[in-house]
Design a protein around this ligand. Structure first.
Ligand code: PLP
Length: 365
């Protein structure tokens, strides 16, 4: 079976973990600090704070920005549910804006129409590794003095006009097992704002700077030393992983874009560089089979594929209260999307096998 994702854990990670375990210091310490510094250098920010997951990164980012009850946060309905759940954790209200017609990210042209006096922040998601339309979003953030939170959980290393995602606002990363780089579970917050950094550090560990003196209500969202040890090795490998993902995407675009009824993802431009966390195609009415049948056929050929995401966030049971208007593009796209394996461990043979199977089905009618 060709899986949809496959973490790449080798001798480097195993040795790094063993070395940490032998020191006997396993909870947050110097290795976490080293990982944070490396991550700051990579993203091009002044501060990185390691946490226990992408979800806790988002949660603390919103709390640190002092957003809560009575505040509204503009966000996208087409994402993994954690990006919106983090808003609910703080008591704030998510306000959903539909996605673009030709991509998968928030439609920046519809943001301003959803602003109210209560709007405090925009939480964007660089979905599937593709950066959002920052040329349009940054001026809105500036003009209305909003806070920008970037969900970069699928976009480690993605670039927009020479800047890495996570450097425009408060960046939130995940190192879950399926992401572009992993620590098993883990997360990171990136910022250039020293106050946000300070606040996140307090919130991460029970509000304490000095041990056993709690200044504010905090949590235990810390990362362990052995996770950070894996993270340092994975960060070294990330540029290679991303290069492989991009190559795989070019290969698929070349071989799939002309097939009747299939829409392949946008090609990168001079200034937008996706890191293809997912390679997501749209299966239209003109395709030879239904999306579900294509999925079954691929499964039978030993190729796993997945629907990211089958239910938009605003239509989830727990979001009924916040579901104010219909969001037609999102509601349509969830019936069309299909993600096929793109991860760096695919061989050339795997890539050719995936293409030949999709072609076989495409020409079956
Ligand atoms: C994975 C993911 C998260 C949550 O990260 P965890 O580490 O699993 O908590 C949040 N947002 C998006 C878009 C994700 O893909």
């Amino acid at each position: 079976m060709i899986p949809i994702s496959k973490p790449d854990i080798n001798e480097e990670e195993i040795n790094a973990v063993t070395k940490v375990l032998r020191t006997g210091i396993i909870a947050q310490g110097k290795v976490v600090e080293k990982f944070e510094n490396r991550f700051s250098n990579f993203v091009g920010v002044n501060h990185s704070i390691a946490v226990s997951s992408g979800t806790t990164a988002l949660h603390l980012a919103i709390l640190a920005a002092e957003i809560g009850k009575g505040d509204e946060v503009i966000t996208t309905p087409f994402s993994f549910i954690a990006s919106s759940n983090a808003i609910l954790y703080t008591g704030a209200t998510p306000v959903f804006v539909d996605i673009e017609t030709n991509g998968f990210n928030i439609n920046s042209k519809q943001i301003e129409s959803k602003l109210t006096k209560k709007t405090k922040a925009i939480l964007i998601v660089h979905l599937f590794g593709h950066p959002c339309d920052m040329d349009s979003i940054l001026p809105i953030v500036k003009k209305h003095r909003l806070i920008l939170i970037e969900d970069c959980c699928q976009a480690h290393g993605a670039i927009y006009r020479n800047n890495m995602v996570g450097s425009f606002g408060i960046g939130c990363f995940s190192f879950y097992a399926t992401k572009n780089m992993t620590t098993g579970e883990g997360g990171m917050i990136t910022t250039n704002n020293p106050e946000i950094s300070e606040k996140v550090r307090l919130l991460r560990s029970h509000g304490s700077k000095i041990q056993y003196l709690s200044e504010i209500l905090g949590y235990n969202f810390r990362m362990t030393e052995f996770q950070a040890a894996i993270g340092i090795e994975q960060l070294n490998k990330l540029p290679g992983y991303n290069a492989k993902r991009i190559n795989n995407a070019h290969y698929f675009n070349e071989h799939l874009s002309k097939l009747e009824g299939i829409t392949t993802p946008e090609e990168d431009s001079d200034f937008v560089k996706s890191v293809f966390h997912q390679y997501t195609i749209k299966i239209g009415k003109k395709f030879a089979s239904s999306r579900e049948l294509l999925q079954t056929e691929l499964e039978m050929a030993g190729i796993s594929s997945k629907i990211f995401y089958p239910i938009p966030i605003h239509l989830q049971p727990i979001y009924q209260k916040y579901n104010k208007t219909s969001l037609p593009i999102t509601e349509k796209i969830v019936n069309e999307v299909l993600s096929i394996p793109i991860h760096p461990r695919l061989s050339n043979k795997d890539l050719a096998y995936i293409v030949s199977n999709i072609k076989r089905i495409a020409y079956s009618r």
